[in-house]
Design a protein around this ligand. Structure first.
Ligand code: 8YV
Length: 315
């Protein structure tokens, strides 16, 4: 086994963390390289760790070109952009950054829920455009109070969303693989039944093939014209063309979305819809949380090169 301290940076942690790492490790900046193939070829015999982010993942074919690769650190909790099974088969460990972002992501779900039901962006525009002074009050909106909130995926983030939603006086239900013993919320083993019951459906499950298009037109129809969708999970969990049709035709009432298909190239149809509140995949995007996520990446990297157990391994 080689003892090189070479790291290929596909996507970095925070700038101050990268500066510090550069003092101890040999960082090869794939992210800043104008000839990435040449860079990879020149360091392939010694790169033991690749740094990336959940949003960027691993470029196709890269792993195969790095025979000495032992660890991939990913900045983000979701790892659907990395083929973990292929990594495991090659003995490559993967790490992520769980928990440190739960609060900000859950806050974002609540923010999107309120902003969508209360039409915050429409109201902001109403005032700024002069409509308020010219035409009087904006149209009435929908209360969150006493609504039924259905959470799809009651993991750590789903639970943080539920506990924040409780003080708003809502009823809570959830859909997931199994009923959870430590919560009193109503369990639905059938997503269609949850959507039928709920006024607001909050998507908080992992992305990847297992959940692709889980929220399809049938689920949207079950949610109905007075129902709302909030998605802080992955764009792929929702059948996006179906959602756009449903929003356009009033099959659902509205949506608050942090995640999209094909980011950052969001389908422009969303921009024309007044019943959508858009956040550009930024639920964890605070200085504090991004610093904490980056620190977890650094801690995993340092642990690996020191021959210690990884802090937050995925496989
Ligand atoms: C980040 C995320 O936006 O944690 C995740 O899985 O999607 C987000 O927190 C992402 O990691 C940045 O690439």
């Amino acid at each position: 086994m080689s003892d090189s301290r070479d790291v290929l940076v596909v996507s970095p942690a925070r700038p101050h963390q990268m500066e510090k790492l550069a003092q101890e490790y040999v960082l090869h900046r794939f992210d800043q390289s104008s000839d990435r193939d040449a860079l990879v070829a020149s360091v392939a015999d010694r790169v033991r760790l690749v740094m990336t982010t959940a949003g960027v993942g691993i470029p196709a074919g890269l792993i195969e070109k790095l025979p000495k690769l032992e660890v991939i650190t990913s900045f983000g909790v979701g790892y659907d952009s990395i083929d973990v099974a292929a990594c495991t088969a090659r003995g490559i460990r993967v790490t992520n950054t769980p928990d440190v972002l739960n609060d900000d992501v859950a806050d974002t779900a609540i923010m999107l829920m309120l902003a969508t039901l209360r039409r915050l962006v429409v109201g902001d525009r109403w005032a700024r455009s002069g409509n308020w002074s010219k035409n009087g009050p904006m149209p009435l909106t929908t209360t969150l109070n006493r609504k039924k909130v259905g959470i799809v995926g009651l993991g750590r983030i789903g639970k943080a969303i539920a506990s924040r939603a409780e003080p708003f006086g809502v009823e809570l239900g959830y859909f997931g693989r199994s009923e959870q013993g430590d919560v009193s919320y109503q369990y639905f083993n059938d997503l269609l039944k949850l959507a039928d019951w709920a006024n607001v459906l909050v998507v908080a499950c992992p992305g990847g093939e297992a959940t692709r298009n889980l929220i399809d037109m049938n689920v949207l129809r079950a949610l109905g014209p007075t129902g709302y969708v909030v998605n802080i999970a992955r764009g792929t969990v929702i059948d996006e063309p179906a959602l756009i049709t449903a929003l356009r035709d009033g099959i659902v009432g509205g949506a608050g979305l942090d995640v999209f298909h094909n980011e950052p190239h969001m389908n422009p149809a969303f921009a024309d819809l007044d019943n959508v509140v858009i956040y550009p995949h930024h639920a964890s995007g605070t200085v504090e949380t991004r610093d904490a996520m980056g620190q977890l990446v650094v801690d995993n990297l340092v642990a690996f090169f020191a021959g210690k157990p990884l802090i937050t391994p995925v496989n």
